[in-house]
Ligand binder design. Structure first.
Ligand code: ATP
Length: 367
């Protein structure tokens, strides 16, 4: 907080060449990452990709085999957790069952030998911050899961850490509570300006909460970007597949910005540097398939038969088979209204189109 680099543009947290092995297994493979002061960053990826290991290495709970971690201008690579100035919240609330809520929150302050009255005032402030002003004298079992996680958050913030680490804090909660706590955590984080890293395997959580998302896969970072960048401009097929729904089709490049899928010739806006004849994967999102206002001049227009329709609440997802190449499965989203009004129905034949700017091409071997 009072470090000399505070006003410089140096990243608040800087990770270089971090490697972590468990025996012969490499859990983190040369990870580089910068996090700015006040940022909310999510580590997103499938189970086992190394998210938690990276978070624990930042906390000093896991010792890296190689690489460095700099926090607020200080190399903490070899520092024990107690010297790293972070608060942490785990998936399981991990509260002390035999202590009251107030004592749970004040635990770290008692350890720091602060005066009683000062601790009581700070605990009251934190209880108000997490929306539990009347609950200080209760015990953890008397609170719901969501309330316990608020207490865990208050406890993590008690010592005013400069870094807040959240390890899947919402995944044990039911959907409604999870949604509300997302907003609350983000609100508190903004209010305090505390630099925060959250591990999650839930893409929606990452997209709604993060300033930037770090997408991980098998111990490496696949992409770092804002939620919009990650969703709209996935750097790899893995990111495209993991975030949002994506249909992948095997395609052949036929010329600059042109691919062929089965019998369909398509223009692709994002397709550089492939030689004609290169086998690629064409990726498209179901919501990008254009289903209305299509005429002869619409690029990438083709006729398709509507197969199965899956009702998903706000929209429905149709399986389409192009008449020219019926073996190619394509998913397209229609509004629920279109389904209700029978604008779209199974068995129907209709024109749809792939806007060239919505199509992406990835190398075939990049699976
Ligand atoms: P999840 O969402 O399932 O927690 P994750 O992305 O957080 O996944 P990590 O917990 O970081 O994954 O684990 C990464 C890999 O390292 C996994 O394959 C895991 O089995 C392995 N691993 C983690 N901790 C240890 C350990 N203490 N000993 C051996 N292997 C470990």
């Amino acid at each position: 907080r009072d470090d000399p680099l505070a006003t410089s543009t140096a990243p608040f947290l800087s990770i270089r060449g971090l490697v972590k092995r468990f025996g012969s297994f490499t859990a983190l493979d040369t990870v580089d990452l910068d996090v700015a002061r006040g940022e909310f960053v999510c580590f997103l990826g499938p189970s086992g990709c190394g998210k938690t290991t990276l978070l624990r290495a930042i906390a000093g709970l896991e010792r890296q085999n190689a690489g460095s971690i700099t926090l607020a201008g200080r190399d903490v690579s070899e520092a024990p957790p107690s010297e790293r100035d972070f608060g942490i919240v785990f998936q399981s609330y991990a509260l002390f069952p035999n202590l009251t809520i107030a004592d749970n929150i004040g635990y770290g302050l008692v350890n720091r030998r602060q005066p009683k009255a000062q601790i009581a005032a700070r605990v009251a402030e934190l209880l108000a911050l997490v929306g539990l002003p009347e609950q200080g004298l209760k015990y953890p079992v008397q609170l719901s899961g969501g309330q316990q996680q608020r207490v865990a958050l208050a406890r993590a913030l008690a010592t005013v850490p400069s870094l807040l680490l959240l390890d899947e804090p919402l995944s044990a909660l039911d959907a409604r509570v999870r949604m509300r706590l997302r907003d609350e955590i983000r609100g508190i984080q903004r209010q305090l300006g505390v630099t925060t890293i959250m591990v999650t395997h839930d893409q929606e959580e990452a997209l709604t909460m993060a300033d930037r998302i770090v997408v991980m896969n098998q111990g490496v970072i696949e992409q770092i970007g804002t939620p919009f960048e990650i969703y709209s401009h996935p750097a790899t097929a893995f990111v495209a597949d993991f975030v949002g729904h994506m249909t992948f089709l095997d395609a052949i490049v036929t010329g600059p910005g042109k691919v062929k899928v089965g019998e369909l010739e398509l223009d692709v806006a994002h397709c550089q540097d492939y030689r004609p004849g290169t086998a690629v994967r064409l990726a498209m999102r179901p919501e990008d398939v254009r289903t209305r206002s299509i005429d002869a001049a619409t690029p990438n227009r083709f006729e398709a038969r509507v197969g199965r329709l899956a009702f998903l609440g706000a929209f429905c997802r149709a399986e389409l088979a192009p008449l020219a190449s019926p073996g190619i499965p394509i998913s397209a989203d229609f509004s629920t209204n279109a389904m209700r009004d029978l604008e779209i129905a199974a068995g129907q034949t209709r024109f749809v189109a792939f806007p060239p700017e919505s199509l992406r091409v990835f190398p075939r071997e990049d699976r």
